[in-house]
Design a protein. Sequence first.
Length: 256
Amino acid sequence: MRNLTNFNQGWSFIKNSGQIPTKVEENYEAVNLPHSWNSIDGQDGGNDYFRGTCYYVKNFKLSDLPANAKHYLEINGAASSADVYVNGKLAASVDNMFMIHTVDISRLIAMGENEIFIHIKPVVVEAMKYEYPFMVSAGINAYEQLYVRKPAHMFGWDITPRYVSAGLYRPVSLVYTDGAEGIEEYYLCTASATREKAVFEFYYKTNCLPADNMTLKLEGDCGDSHFEEDILFNYPIGRRKIVFHNPKLWWPRNFG
């Protein structure tokens, strides 16, 4: 069983270029996610675009901690370089704006009050910590782009200004699993598609060891087409190709 609790509401936020604060002070600003502190100062023309360090804090309470349960913090969008603390201990460091970061916090949480602390670091400063080969090529005034995982247009194009924004720009959630055996992660992608058939690749990871004659059963529908696929489960991870006959194509084929 997998339960998800949305954590978008009730964060405390502060801009601070000094030491990492140890507690929430009165001068913290109450914010909800998604949030970027550059959403205003990056476009108001006041030359006050903040490029320093910022902090997000979220307090939450747990009333039950089953023995085999797993708790994960799911960060759907952190821009871009951040350290994640839970109850004062470093849980993860992330540096990719494009990824969903899933952080196992099971060993860091406790019954009662808990605190999530996300330290967002200025990516321009973080990018300077890397070594750049002599005469390496990059966009004009966009050498950070070689290491920082952000959209290319944020570093400035001929039609867009340079706007290297930061913050928690997508939802954050607490994910709970009861520890039961099953599929832990999976990914489905399209390998090819025609009017006659579509081929998908299914990747999976389980949290249990295989047993004799154990299978993973997949079922799906696309319009009037139906498929059922039994995958012989002989290893905790694997992949399988799945064929859909007569699929309904989901893009305007040959129209653009």
